[in-house]
Structure formats: C-alpha cells, structure tokens
Design a protein. Sequence first.
Length: 115
Amino acid sequence: VQLVESGGGLVQSGGSLRLSCAASGFTFSAYDMNWYRQAPGKERESVASISPGGGSTNYADSVKGRFTISRDNYKNTVYLQMNSLKIEDTGVYYCGTYWKKRYYWGQGTQVTVSS
C-alpha cells in the first residue's frame, strides 16, 4: 500500500487549499478513506472520512461546512477541499486507510495558515 499526499502549502487565513492523496497497492474503490491532521504538539486527529463509493462522508465538528472530502475511484485519489482556512487548521495532513488488519498512512503534507 502506498499513499502519497500533495497540495499543502502556506495560505492566508480565509484562503483555500485542495489536498490530494494518490493511492496504490490495494483495491482503492473498496475501502473507506480518511484524512487526519496533526498540529504541533498535539495528537493526530480525524478530519474527514468517505465511504468506498463516496456516498457517505463524515467530518470533525471543527471543519464542518468548510472542508469537503471527495474521491475519484478511476484515479485512485482522494481529495480534501479546504475553504475558509483558519490559523488553527495548521498542521501536517495525512490520508489513511485500514487494509488487511493494519492502518496505512501517507507521509503527510504540511498546511500552514497565516494571519
């Protein structure tokens, strides 16, 4: 399993970013996909998840109405559209999936929101 995130960067408060996670090594369309983030000095937290077909999504309360998770099962890619970014959204963002009894993470992509 390989998960490769991209799309992070530096953005001003109120701005937008779109993260991507390219997946390989497993049947992508059959598994839930998740986005997590880890802020400096804090534990990794769940941000959003999406069902295999994309019909069901869940979000952390802190990002509801601002972030949108989506997936393209033809491209084996999951996305996280982040709008109205806040300083507290700063952190390393990871995509992840649970496959064959273990959890897999990508290397993460840094998102920094400035005032």
